[in-house]
Ligand binder design. Structure first.
Ligand code: ARG
Length: 461
């Protein structure tokens, strides 16, 4: 039985079941990189502040680098009975450098140490999410640019509403993913705050320099209150919220792609690399990637809910409950980073079918608003124009044709204001082409949106 590093006052050992129950090494070893970076920064600061000698600090840093190399080569022996990543690393450090290893933990507690490790980890992962989101926005822009002239039915209530360009439809998602990126970057301001120096909860009597540690780990700010520093997990909650919103956006897009891949829509052909077949029905090509992404969204919401629930009853300051904060984040991170990356790859490869979209424009009287607006522009009160158009739709429906296939005589039976020029107005291209106000689906507006997104992308890369 390895003697516990905190075992001074203990006569008996923990039960094996308790040791297994309380350990976090099995999952928090994923934080080894951050733990060593934080420890090196702490050791340097201790040396510079004269709390240990600079030679001792250098020896600690050298030893920590050796430990890092051992972990990365696979030679490091992780010990479950040492509880967690922090104790595993410190124990090995002491084996390598001797008693000076015991000086590393001066003016520090695992409470501020784990908070720093977790913040470093979340901050690094958020940068990965951001980079993938930026790549996704780029892919969406490319596909939108290709399909500036492709029209399809825009829906409300999942019913055909008005014609839009595929570019406009896709760029709606580009806007969502851009906001996801920006939300994450804003969240980073609160993640990238160093808690080191808060010690167990009350700060320390040693003349430490928390700002120096923050600078060494690349964080721009330090904690303002030691009790808050060791007990705050808002930063992880915010990150999980950012991940949840991103997944929600991806899931909506997946839902559309699933519908569009159904032969009754036929708007997209899924690339073979992103779909699967059925073991019994030979004709099937299933949108499993989209379905799984929609399904995995629930895992990320679950992680957010877990952590909110974990924190809600905890008195200040650190409570061991908080050890349960990591696994939900790790799981959510795997899901978010893979999902954003896979969506970018899938969208780049997806085949849109403009002819099927075009054919769908013929169903659902998508140009009815054009006729109502045409009559309103000729002076008919909009409510009356709406009514007359509705009657024209009823006739067209009865005849099984579009409004544009009604004769001028038929159309004029609903309003004498209708003239030959109505046919140009009813054309779907014209309906889209007239909507060039900022944010609209008209080609000039879409080109403006694309240019703005491209220049934003340039600014962040
Ligand atoms: N494994 C612990 C965690 O993840 C590290 C901090 C332990 N602190 C303590 N006072 N027992 O939260």
């Amino acid at each position: 039985m390895t003697k516990k590093m905190w075992g001074g006052r203990f006569a008996g050992a923990a039960a094996a079941s308790v040791e297994e129950y309380t350990q976090s090494e099995s999952f928090d070893r994923a934080l080894y990189h951050e733990d060593i970076a934080g420890s090196k920064a702490h050791a340097l600061m201790l040396g510079e502040a004269g709390i240990i000698t600079t030679a001792e600090a250098a020896e600690l840093v050298r030893g920590l680098d050796l430990v890092l190399a051992e972990i990365e080569s696979g030679a490091f022996v992780w010990k479950r009975e040492l509880e967690d990543v922090h104790m595993n690393i410190e124990r090995r450090l002491t084996e390598l450098v001797g008693p000076v290893g015991g000086k590393l933990h001066t003016a520090r507690s695992r409470n501020d140490q784990v908070a720093l490790d977790f913040r470093l980890h979340v901050a690094a992962r958020l940068e990965v999410w951001s980079a993938e989101l930026a790549r996704l926005v780029g892919v969406v822009c490319d596909r939108a640019e290709e399909h500036a002239a492709t029209l399809l039915p825009g829906c409300t209530h999942l019913q055909p509403a008005q014609p839009v360009s595929l570019a406009q439809h896709l760029l709606a998602y580009a806007q969502m993913f851009r906001r996801d990126f920006e939300r994450i970057q804003d969240c980073q301001k609160r993640v990238r705050v160093s808690p080191l120096g808060a010690a167990a909860l009350a700060g320390t009597t040693h003349p430490i320099d928390p700002a120096r540690v923050a600078q060494a780990v690349g964080f721009p700010a330090t904690f303002a209150n030691s009790m808050d520093a060791v007990s705050d997990r808002d930063f992880a909650l915010e990150a999980l919220f950012c991940g949840s919103v991103t997944m929600m956006h991806l899931s909506r897009l997946c839902e559309e792609l699933i519908l569009w891949a159904n032969p009754n829509f036929g708007y997209v052909k899924l690339p073979d690399a992103f779909s699967t077949g059925s073991s019994i029905m030979p004709q099937k090509k299933n949108p499993d990637v989209c379905e799984l992404m929609r399904g995995k969204t629930g895992r990320v919401y679950g992680a957010l809910t877990s952590l909110l629930t974990l924190m809600k009853g905890l008195p200040l300051t650190y409570n061991r409950d908080m050890q349960e904060d990591k696994e939900p984040f790790f799981d959510a991170d795997r899901t978010v980073s893979a999902s954003v990356a896979i969506m970018a790859d899938m969208l780049a490869a997806i085949e849109f079918v403009p002819a099927a979209m075009r054919a769908a424009l013929g169903k659902g009287f998508l140009n009815a608003t054009e006729l109502a607006d045409y009559l309103a522009a000729k002076g008919l009160p909009f409510r009356e124009a709406h009514h007359a158009t509705g009657a024209a739709v009823a006739l067209a429906e009865q005849k099984g044709v579009g409004l544009e296939a009604l004769s001028l005589i038929e159309l004029r039976s609903f309003s004498p204001l209708i003239d030959q020029d109505v046919y140009a107005v009813l054309a779907f291209e014209a309906a889209v082409g007239r909507r060039n106000l900022a944010g609209g689906t008209g080609p000039a507006s879409v080109a403006g949106q694309l240019a703005a997104l491209r220049s934003w992308l340039k600014g962040i890369c």
